[in-house]
Design a protein around this ligand. Structure first.
Ligand code: NCD
Length: 320
């Protein structure tokens, strides 16, 4: 097993063999999660703190369940009631928590780079649960596991990522991961929602769903991130749905066995047709949620192993 990372801050820091290690270990956790007794002691005795400075339903629930199933003591820090609201800085909060000796810190923050900064100040392993528009590494890993299970591989696939690319950390992390694993990536969306310079990253860019979806193996839809928009990105939601919303007709341009993905939460009738999202023959959206728990278990297990090894080396160094 190869996994050298001390923190999980972004896909950009992972090598293809490390990505494969996460996915392979996650497979064993998928199996564990289907049992009646879902218990491992990989994190027994360890403390995991979840700090979410932005709203989250599935990611926070998924990290909490993952930690509990691995036997960690899990604490959800409610940021709404914390000293952060009284003006304490992110770093002060981190140092306060650090003094309580957590082993794993799971952080979501609206500012890109905030999680990296925090990781430099603490002694535990830090997992990025989404920082601004930057990265959301566990989402890309769970998407990769979902794709690998549905398609039998995570190489040489044509993957279309559609919608609000500009505001999406999910798109960014997926782009990096799928690129590292040698897939063909197409980005589809209105030019106003396409970050500049993406074509230089080696992906093809389209503003027409029919052209972009042609022969795609995987169709990944994104939420319109209205909270990150400050006005005029789209004419109207109705117009957006007409041009970029995924429905059965547009999906007809992709391969016959193409799968449909969405990280959630979905705006039904805006970026995706509600019936298609629920169609278990095409949509793997519920599988993504299931894979999320397994992937987060694998990531925390691997980081905990590295943390134990590092502390072991430090202890040995002190004794010499
Ligand atoms: C994503 C996020 O928060 O970046 N959601 C998630 O983690 N499941 C995508 C989104 O909010 O649209």
């Amino acid at each position: 097993m190869t996994f050298r990372a001390r923190h999980l801050l972004g896909i950009e820091h992972l090598a293809p063999d490390e990505i494969r290690t996460v996915l392979d270990l996650a497979e064993s956790y998928v199996e564990l999660n289907q049992r009646t007794v879902k218990r491992s002691d990989a994190l027994a005795g360890m403390t995991q703190i979840n700090m979410f400075f932005e709203n989250s339903t599935r990611t926070q629930a998924s990290f909490e369940l993952a930690g509990k199933r691995l036997g960690a003591d899990v604490m959800n820090m409610s940021v709404a009631h914390s000293s952060v609201k009284k003006g304490e800085t992110l770093i002060d909060t981190a140092l306060t928590l650090n003094a309580m000796h957590p082993d794993l810190l799971v952080v979501r923050h609206p500012a890109s780079g905030a999680v990296d900064l925090l990781a430099q100040k603490v002694n535990c392993a830090v997992l990025n649960a989404g920082d601004g528009r930057h990265e959301h590494p566990t989402q890309a890993l769970l998407d990769a596991l979902t794709i690998r299970r549905a398609k039998g591989r995570i190489q040489r696939l044509t993957v279309a990522i559609c919608g609000d690319i500009a505001h999406s950390r999910v798109a960014r992390s997926n782009l990096i991961l799928l690129g590292k694993m040698e897939n063909r990536i197409r980005l589809i969306g209105p030019p106003t929602l396409m970050p500049s310079g993406v074509a230089d990253l080696g992906c093809e860019v389209y503003d027409d769903m029919r052209e972009g979806l042609l022969d795609a193996d995987v169709v990944m839809m994104l939420r319109l991130q209205k909270e990150r928009m400050d006005g005029g990105f789209i004419p109207s939601e109705r117009e957006y749905y007409h041009r970029f919303g995924l429905d059965a007709e547009k999906l007809g341009f992709a391969k016959e066995d193409a799968i449909v993905m969405h990280p959630g939460p979905m705006n039904r009738g805006v970026e995706i047709d509600g019936e298609l999202a629920d169609d278990i023959n095409r949509s793997v959206i519920q599988d993504q949620v299931e894979m999320g728990v397994a992937v987060r278990m694998a990531c925390m297990d691997l980081l905990a192993r590295n943390l134990r090894a590092e502390r072991g080396r430090q202890a040995a160094g002190v004794m010499v």
